[in-house]
Design a binder for this molecule. Structure first.
Ligand code: PMP
Length: 427
C-alpha cells in the first residue's frame, strides 16, 4: 500500500499544527513513519487519502461502537443541523438524552454534559473535592483521565507514548495533590490512605484500563477499592470514558457489579461528536452550580448536534442489547485467532481482553503500568506496520486498547487473523 498523499498532507500539516496533529497519539512517533490521513469511513472500514481501504480497530478511539457513519446517527445530525447549530439556551433533547443515560447507568440520578472526556474527569474531581471538602486524589499509574493538570502524573496513553507521563507545565502545587497507586494493587492504595488520613477526596480509576493497552481488574480489586472508599469517606470515581456504554449498557459498573459514586463518560455517549458527561446520585450532583456551590459550565455543553448524535447512539444501544454479546463474541474470536498465530512463534506475548476491548503486549503477564512498559516496542512497531501493510489499522501505540465495532464481520476478523499469522512470523 502506498501512502504518498498522506505523507504530503502530513508535511503540509506540520507547517501549521504542532507535530501536524491535533492530538499526539495520532502521530506515529511511537511506531515510526508518517500518520495516515483519513478521508472517509463507513462501517468497519477507513478510506485514506491515497485510496487505501483499512479495517479499523480504533473506532475513533472508542466512540464508533456501531461502525462509522452509522446511518441513523448521520440522519439525526443532518436533521438537527437544519434547525440551528448552537443556542446557548436549554433544549428539550438534553433532557431526553439525560433521562435515557440515567436509566441505562446504575447508581446515578443526574448527569451533566460537557464536551470531552477530559472535561468530564476534571469536573468530576472538582465536584468530589467540593462535596467532601478534601483536596487530594488517588490515581493509578498508567491510567489516563484526559490532559487536565491533576491527571498528568504518571499518565498513560499518549502521555507515556511520548515520554511525558508527568508533563512540564503542571505545577508542583497541583502535582502534590495527586497521589499515585499501582493498578491491581490494593496495598498501594491502603498505604496512601493511611499516610494521608482524612485528606483524600476521591479515588479515580479506569475500571478496565485502556491506556496502558487493555488491562483487566483482578478479582476483588475494584470491590476492595469500594470498601476502602466506604471505610474512609472517599468517593470512588469510575472513569468510564472508554468503558461507558461499551462494555454493557451500564458500563463497567454493570458488567463488574461494583458501584461507583461518580461516573465519567466520553466517546460512545456522543456518537462520534464531542461529548463528555459525568453523573452521580442526587446528593452529589446537587452540589453543582446553579443549585450548589461547585462551579462548572460550558458554552457548547449540550450542543444540539452532539446531543442528537449521542441520543441516537444510546437509543440504538438501549433497543439492541444483543450488540454487547455480539461484540464480546467477535472479540473472543479475534483473541483465539491471534493466540493461535502467536503460539506458533517463540515470541513472548500477553493478550488481554474484556468485552470489546483487547490488546497484544509483547511481554508476559500485563496487569499494571510496570508490567505494561516491559512490552517489547520493537516487536510492536513491526507488528503495527506489518498489519498496516495487510490493510489492518491498529492503534499506533502499545499503550492503547483496540476497540471492536459492531460493523466488523467474521470475514474481517478472519482477514485480520490471517494477516497477524503472517506478520508475527516476521518479527
Ligand atoms: N479518560 C479515559 C479513560 C480516556 O481514555 C480518555 C481519552 N482517551 C479521556 C479520559 C479523555 O477524553 P478526551 O480525549 O475526550 O478528552
Amino acid at each position: 500500500m502506498l501512502y504518498k498523499r498522506s505523507s504530503a498532507l502530513f508535511t503540509e500539516a506540520k507547517k501549521y499544527i504542532p507535530g501536524g496533529v491535533n492530538s499526539p497519539v495520532r502521530a506515529f512517533n511511537a511506531v515510526g513513519g508518517d500518520p495516515i490521513f483519513v478521508k472517509q469511513a463507513k462501517g468497519a472500514y477507513l478510506y485514506d487519502a491515497d485510496g487505501n481501504k483499512l479495517i479499523d480497530y480504533i473506532a475513533s478511539w472508542g466512540p464508533m461502537i456501531l461502525g462509522h457513519a452509522f446511518q441513523p446517527v448521520v440522519n439525526a445530525v443532518i436533521r438537527k443541523t437544519k434547525l440551528g447549530t448552537s443556542f446557548g439556551m436549554p433544549t428539550q433533547i438534553e433532557t431526553e438524552i439525560a433521562k435515557l443515560a440515567v436509566s441505562m447507568v446504575p447508581n446515578v440520578d443526574k448527569i451533566r454534559f460537557v464536551n470531552s472526556g477530559t472535561e468530564a474527569c476534571m469536573s468530576a474531581v472538582r465536584l468530589a473535592r467540593g462535596f467532601t471538602g478534601k483536596d487530594k486524589i488517588i490515581k493509578f499509574a498508567g491510567c489516563y483521565h484526559g490532559h487536565s493538570d491533576s491527571f498528568l502524573i504518571q499518565a498513560g496513553s499518549g502521555a507515556v507514548t511520548f515520554g511525558s507521563p508527568n508533563s512540564p507545565g503542571v505545577t508542583q502545587g497541583t502535582a502534590k495533590d495527586t497521589l499515585l497507586a499501582n493498578y491491581n494493587d490494593l496495598e498501594s492504595v491502603k498505604a496512601l490512605i493511611d499516610a494521608n488520613k482524612n485528606e483524600i477526596s476521591a479515588i479515580i480509576i479506569e475500571p478496565v484500563a485502556g491506556n496502558m493497552g487493555c488491562i483487566v481488574p483482578k478479582k476483588g480489586f475494584l470491590e476492595g477499592l469500594r470498601k476502602l472508599c466506604d471505610d474512609n469517606k472517599i468517593l470512588l470515581i469510575f472513569d468510564e470514558v472508554m468503558t461507558g456504554f461499551r462494555l454493557a449498557q451500564g458500563g463497567a459498573q454493570e458488567l463488574l457489579s461494583v458501584r461507583a459514586d461518580i461516573v465519567t463518560f466520553g466517546k460512545v455517549i456522543g456518537g462520534g461528536l464531542p461529548v463528555g458527561a459525568f453523573a452521580a446520585r442526587n446528593e452529589i450532583m446537587n452540589h453543582l452550580a446553579p443549585i450548589g456551590p461547585v462551579y462548572q459550565a460550558g458554552t457548547l455543553s449540550g450542543n444540539p448536534l452532539a446531543m442528537a448524535a449521542g441520543l441516537t447512539m444510546l437509543q440504538t444501544l438501549f433497543e439492541h442489547e444483543d450488540i454487547y454479546k455480539k461484540l464480546a463474541d467477535k472479540t473472543a474470536y479475534l483473541h483465539i485467532g491471534l493466540e493461535k498465530a502467536l503460539e506458533e512463534t517463540d515470541l513472548t506475548y500477553t493478550i488481554n481482553r474484556l468485552g470489546s476491548m483487547i490488546s497484544v503486549h509483547f511481554t508476559d503477564e500485563v496487569y499494571d503500568f510496570k508490567t505494561s512498559v516491559k512490552g517489547n516496542n520493537d516487536y510492536f512497531k513491526k507488528f503495527f506496520h506489518g498489519m498496516l501493510k495487510e490493510g489492518i489499522y491498529l492503534p499506533p501505540s502499545a499503550f492503547e486498547s483496540w476497540f471492536l465495532n459492531d460493523a466488523l464481520t467474521y470475514e474481517d476478523l478472519d482477514k485480520t487473523i490471517e494477516a497477524a499469522a503472517k506478520v508475527v512470523k516476521t518479527l
